[in-house]
Design a protein around this ligand. Structure first.
Ligand code: 5AD
Ligand code: SF4
Length: 441
């Protein structure tokens, strides 16, 4: 979501004549887009702002702005903490960037804009795709109403608001004409899409409408809340051919007691049932998740229930985190805080287990033929191309640049923890010719 917010910022500034530079020393304007989800993210932002501040010594005219969740949280306090900031803008004020930059440049005054706007102006900003890009993010809603006990998002991104479908369809149609083949629909909880709109609509209906847009070949979305994952959406994995075989479904914990304390609104049994349904309608579906260890009060037994859940489900991959206390959240005042070494130990065991599962899942793909959207040249080798399977796994394989942007069949020859190795299968007439024949590697 933050990557996309940054793309939108860059697009707005491009309209004002700014160009991006890879060399920050050449910049007239530096924007730092921040995250506040865990303390570590906040600390990263502070140290980066320290480094950016040094640039002002060489270039006193440099304008420095800070946006995103940490800016939303601190507001004008940010100016007091860090003197060299020129402007601070919150999560609902991206659309006001041009006006803020112009004011700072003209009057050299310090600005803070962190008010919330009811309409979602900041999520409808069109960011033209970068040259050669085939995949794009599209925001379909902003904010969150869930108030999970550990989470700052509802406080920093405001209440949930869905973007009307017409604007979304228009944006995706425009992206398709610009060469985009894959869209990832973004929202904190896409499953409740439509709840705030006057005209009755659902996320499953939105997917169907997007599926009808010519040129779009793949649809992805993130993030889903397990409680709101509807039967209609599950069925989309069988019925909507463009919907990729992947769902990111954050479970957070496998213990019913902890799920209740977290205010997640589902039990481990509910979650397991939904996973079963997903695998029934789409046997190849890749399921990924987020897990928090060391939530206040988490006993060894609770933790083992999370491990048991992982063994039962075998996620394709997970993002896992040590619980990080956030000011103003419900969990801040809970008793039974877990020590850092304990959290570290729980996280380490969980991540080792996940690595074994990921490796096994990837190995199961060896010998299979996967449709891969070729995104560009591989980072690892100048001879290789890189693309992703429908299940979101990275595949590297030999091929020439003309294929970039194509959706092609690739045979998986070897699996690794973070990627797959494959061989291109070129279609000649109706016959599949395996490029690997007689080719090294
Ligand atoms: N501490 C640790 N992890 C958190 N997440 C959100 N808030 C916290 C927190 N306070 C994790 C959740 C969420 C992901 C984006 O970040 O797992 O799904
Ligand atoms: Fe945070 Fe829960 Fe909302 Fe996700 S659903 S953004 S974890 S409050």
């Amino acid at each position: 979501m933050n990557v996309h917010d940054s793309e939108q910022m860059a697009a707005l500034l491009a309209d004002c004549g700014y160009k991006t530079t890879a060399n920050v020393k050449l910049a007239d304007l530096v924007l730092l887009n921040t995250c506040a989800i865990r303390e570590k993210a906040a600390q990263k932002a502070y140290s980066e702002l320290g480094r950016i501040g040094l640039l002002k010594k060489q270039n006193p005219n440099l304008v420095i702005g800070v946006g995103g969740c940490l800016a939303q949280h601190l507001g004008s306090k940010f100016h007091k903490m860090i003197q060299h900031l020129d402007f601070v803008f919150g999560t609902h004020n991206i659309h006001r960037l041009p006006e803020m930059v112009a004011t700072v440049e003209k009057n050299r005054e310090k600005i803070t804009k962190i008010d919330f706007h009811k309409s979602c102006m900041s999520i409808g900003i069109y960011a033209p795709p970068a040259n050669g890009a085939r995949s794009a993010f599209v925001s379909i809603m902003q904010g969150c109403n869930n108030f999970c006990a550990y989470c700052v998002v509802p406080y920093l991104r405001g209440r949930e608001t869905s973007r009307p479908p017409e604007g979304i369809i228009e944006e995706i149609t425009k992206l398709a004409s610009a060469g985009i083949k894959e869209v990832t629909l973004l929202g904190q909880n896409v499953n409740s899409y439509g709840n705030t709109l006057e005209k009755q609509t659902t996320f499953a209906q939105l997917i169907k409408e997007i599926g009808a847009i010519e040129g779009i070949e793949r649809i992805r979305f993130t993030t889903s809340h397990p409680r709101d994952l509807s039967e209609a959406l599950i069925n989309c994995f069988a019925d909507e051919k463009k919907l990729c075989e992947h769902i990111h479904l954050p479970v957070q914990s496998g213990s019913n007691r902890i799920l209740r304390l977290m205010n997640r609104g589902y039990t481990r049994e509910d979650y397991l049932k939904k996973v079963d349904r997903l695998r029934q309608v789409c046997p190849g579906i890749s399921i990924t998740s987020d897990i928090i260890v060391g939530f206040p009060g988490e006993t060894e037994k609770d933790y083992q229930e999370t491990i048991d859940m992982m063994e039962k489900i075998r996620f394709d991959s997970t993002f896992s985190f040590k619980y990080s206390e956030r000011k103003g959240t419900a969990a801040e005042s809970l008793e039974g805080k877990i020590s850092e070494p304990e959290k570290q130990q729980r996280l380490k065991y969980l991540q080792d287990l996940q690595n074994r599962h990921t490796m096994q899942k990837n190995m199961e793909l060896e010998g299979s033929i996967q449709k891969v959207l070729i995104e560009g040249r591989s980072k690892n080798s100048e001879y290789d191309l890189m693309g992703r399977t429908s299940s979101w796994k990275i595949v590297n394989f030999k091929g020439n640049s003309e294929l970039i942007g194509k959706l092609t069949d690739v045979k998986i020859t070897k699996s690794f923890l973070h990627s797959l190795r494959g061989k291109l299968i070129e279609e000649v007439g109706n016959v599949h010719r395996d490029e690997s024949i007689g080719v090294d590697n």
